[in-house]
Unconditional design. Structure first.
Length: 138
């Protein structure tokens, strides 16, 4: 046991010396902090670019929806009823996608990949609904 203690003393001394703030450890700590800050900034920029691109896509679909609303107003009978139903469905899908987009901007608690996945799913459902609806309006 005494022998083990003698072997452990030099290790403890090395640990104590390594825990002291030296210029090299301070510099390394600063570099690590700067790298972490740069990574966080890059992630924020990536997130904002994705949000802006997705917002632009939803705006384009919204413009198409407004044109289809006008077509529905000009239609009559069963065609108008079907078109109005489809417009309401598309508006709901658009609102869900915009909600996910709002979450993307506001939600810093969830992991970026989870938020992006939710936004991608909402946008893809909206886009698919538009492609499906196109046959009724074009």
């Amino acid at each position: 046991m005494f022998r083990r203690m003698l072997l452990a003393l030099p290790l403890l001394a090395l640990c104590a010396v390594g825990c002291v703030d030296t210029p090299a450890t301070k510099r390394a700590g600063k570099e690590i902090k700067e790298a972490g800050d740069a990574t966080a900034q890059a992630a924020r920029e990536q997130r904002e670019a994705y949000r802006k691109t997705t917002e632009d896509k939803i705006t384009k679909l919204d413009e198409q929806l407004n044109r289809w609303k006008q077509k529905a107003k000009e239609a009559s009978g069963d065609a108008q009823a079907r078109m109005n139903d489809k417009v309401r469905d598309l508006e709901k899908a658009r609102d869900r996608a915009r909600g996910e987009l709002r979450d993307l901007r506001d939600d810093s608690k969830r992991a970026w990949t989870d938020v992006k996945k939710g936004m991608d799913e909402a946008y893809n459902k909206l886009k698919d609904a538009f492609h499906e609806a196109r046959t009724q309006f074009d």
